[in-house]
Design a protein around this ligand. Structure first.
Ligand code: SF4
Length: 338
């Protein structure tokens, strides 16, 4: 049986059309689920009994479960257990501009980025759309507050689960759904080039972030196997196409790895390849984990790198560090209840 939280409003309209009901019922259902937070079909008081019976027969409202919550300063990490027993994580962060949630899109990840704890666990399966939506619903319920922004940057490569993350974005962005504005939704990819082209044609107006982490093929090949399939020049061409089609600024994520990608020459190469592009570079202090050999760049090296980019007129910030102490930081998500 299909979980109702995996259905975009358009899919529900089609469902009602197919059972000879008016399409606007989809809006009424969305209203109950996402505005009134009522999940028992029998309580949908403005819906006819015969339609309720259809819903009961055709849809489930099963929820994944919060298994554990770890708390740090301005951050909470949620460990979820899925209905088949698999585990994933999401992270809630408090910024000065509001609450954001970083959701997972897969159980494990096949991209194998060498610095990433999440990627050490091979992909077990894609998350279903409802499993991504419910991460948000359950966190909102837990904190009894609305989420302001969402990033698809947890466990998994979102573009490796393309169809489901597009449905997820449509559901949370829908004015009758969770109504999270498109400018407050960010999808991050390690560089699956064909999907970047596909994504740019959708005109969803959400933010795109590219995990670049290296400015030359030599460096990137060492830390991100995906680069052997889609080189930096192919990736840059896709980014340029995306910017031209959407007129949107792209975020470039760059994790600072000591003596790996943080040399002055790396900063100059990065400035060079990004010159003239409508991008914004986010330098991420690396979060060391015991299982991985990389170490974090010193403050001096990060500042020096930053200054070189500024001198080359590249928009750049250094990301605030979150949750290192509860293993909730980027590249540290791992679905284990340690
Ligand atoms: S950084 Fe992202 S894409 Fe790379 S292995 Fe980790 S979860 Fe996968």
């Amino acid at each position: 049986m299909n979980n109702i939280f995996g259905y975009t409003k358009e899919m529900l309209e089609e469902y009602f059309f197919n059972i000879n009901q008016k399409k606007f019922k989809a809006i009424q259902i969305y209203d109950w689920l996402y505005k009134k937070n009522i999940y028992d079909f029998k309580l949908f008081s403005n819906i006819k009994k015969e339609v309720i019976d259809n819903l009961i027969n055709d849809f489930s409202v099963d929820f994944i479960k919060i298994e554990k919550v770890l708390e740090g300063k301005d951050v909470k990490k949620f460990l979820f257990r899925l209905l088949d027993g698999e585990k994933i994580e999401a992270v809630l962060m408090k910024h000065n501009y509001g609450l954001s949630v970083c959701v997972s899109s897969q159980v494990g990840c096949n991209m194998g980025c060498r610095f990433c704890e999440s990627g050490r666990l091979k992909k077990v399966r894609n998350l279903e759309t409802y499993e991504i939506v419910e991460q948000i619903l359950l966190i909102q319920k837990y904190i009894n507050r609305r989420i302001d922004s969402v990033v698809l940057m947890g466990i998994g490569e979102p573009f490796d689960n393309y169809d489901n993350i597009i449905k997820f974005i449509k559901i949370i962005n829908d004015a009758h759904g969770l109504a999270i504005g498109s400018r407050h939704i960010t999808v991050s990819t390690c560089g699956l080039v064909p999907k970047i082209y596909e994504f740019s044609n959708l005109d969803l107006q959400v933010n795109l972030a590219i995990s670049l982490h290296g400015a030359t093929d030599e460096v990137r090949n060492k830390i991100m196997p995906v680069n052997k399939v889609y080189s930096i020049s192919q990736l840059l061409t896709a980014i340029k196409d995306y910017i031209a089609k959407t007129n949107r600024r792209v975020t470039i994520e760059y994790v600072m790895l000591n003596m790996v990608n943080d040399k002055e020459s790396d900063a100059y190469s990065l400035a060079d390849i990004l010159k003239g592009l409508n991008v914004y570079v986010n330098l991420i202090p690396y979060n060391e984990t015991k299982n991985i050999e990389f170490s974090k760049s010193s403050k001096e090296r990060i500042t020096n790198f930053y200054n070189i980019l500024v001198s080359k007129k590249i928009n750049v910030t250094i990301r605030r560090e979150f949750g290192g102490n509860i293993k909730a930081a980027c590249g540290q998500l791992r679905s284990e209840s340690d």
